[in-house]
Design a protein around this ligand. Structure first.
Ligand code: G3P
Length: 218
């Protein structure tokens, strides 16, 4: 499973990259706004900087419009910023149409705001490189996000569908493990959830003992 980070914060992206485990980045309008970026030129420069930090990995840049014509106009401009930009398009009829257009024109897409297997199937059928089920938001509303990943993974497997399942809206480290078990190809996570995977009290206890014992022969 690939590890993406779900943020537009450059320090966090650098930290995840420096860990040596970062395969890509996803952003959305909320995450961009959180960084206080204002104006299209600043937004474009921010995406370019993210791409430079990540190196070889994919960077999802989301369109901020909802009609076919302007999704296409905006998506083309985003895709032209860097070879690793993947245009993030919402799961609406105009979005599906746009994904098909982008696919036919060599632009990779990530279909976002996926909350059902049917939506994932339609996005994949239109040619989305990634489909993004929102695990945390499903859990928040009393449904089971991991079950959705399992269902999509099963359908994609038996139907030989090549779109990557990108588990999004990750809330904690356990989500990451469960997504891997359920068959997600990619998990896009907050930095804390990634760092949480390093933690175990027995590791801390064991390390304290090793450090203490190492003093005996130094
Ligand atoms: O980037 C999409 C998704 O990961 C958003 O997560 O935490 O706002 O539900 P969240």
């Amino acid at each position: 499973m690939k590890f993406f980070i779900d943020t537009a914060n450059l320090n966090q992206i650098k930290e995840a990259h420096d860990l040596g485990i970062l395969d890509g980045v996803t952003t959305n309008p909320t995450l961009m706004a959180k960084e206080g970026i204002k104006g299209q030129e600043a937004v474009n420069n921010h995406y370019k900087t993210i791409c430079e930090i990540v190196g070889n990995g994919d960077v999802s840049a989301e369109v901020t419009v909802v009609d076919f014509k302007t999704i296409i106009e905006q998506g083309k401009k985003l895709a032209a910023l860097h070879k690793n930009i993947v245009v993030k398009v919402p799961m609406i009829p105009d979005g599906v149409k746009a994904i098909k257009y982008f696919t036919d024109n060599g632009i990779r897409t990530n279909c976002t705001l996926i909350f059902s297997a049917g939506q994932a199937m339609l996005a994949a059928k239109a040619g989305a490189a990634y489909v993004s089920p929102f695990i945390g938001r499903i859990d928040d509303s009393g449904w089971d996000g991991i079950e959705l990943i399992q269902q999509i993974a099963h359908i994609f497997s038996i139907q030989e569908i090549n779109s990557q399942i990108l588990a999004a809206s990750i809330r904690n480290s356990l989500h990451i493990i469960k997504c891997a078990e359920a068959g997600a190809n990619v998990c896009t996570c907050p930095l804390d959830a990634i760092l949480g995977l390093t933690k175990h009290p027995l590791t801390d206890i064991g390390l304290a003992k090793f450090t203490e014992d190492a003093k005996k022969f130094q």
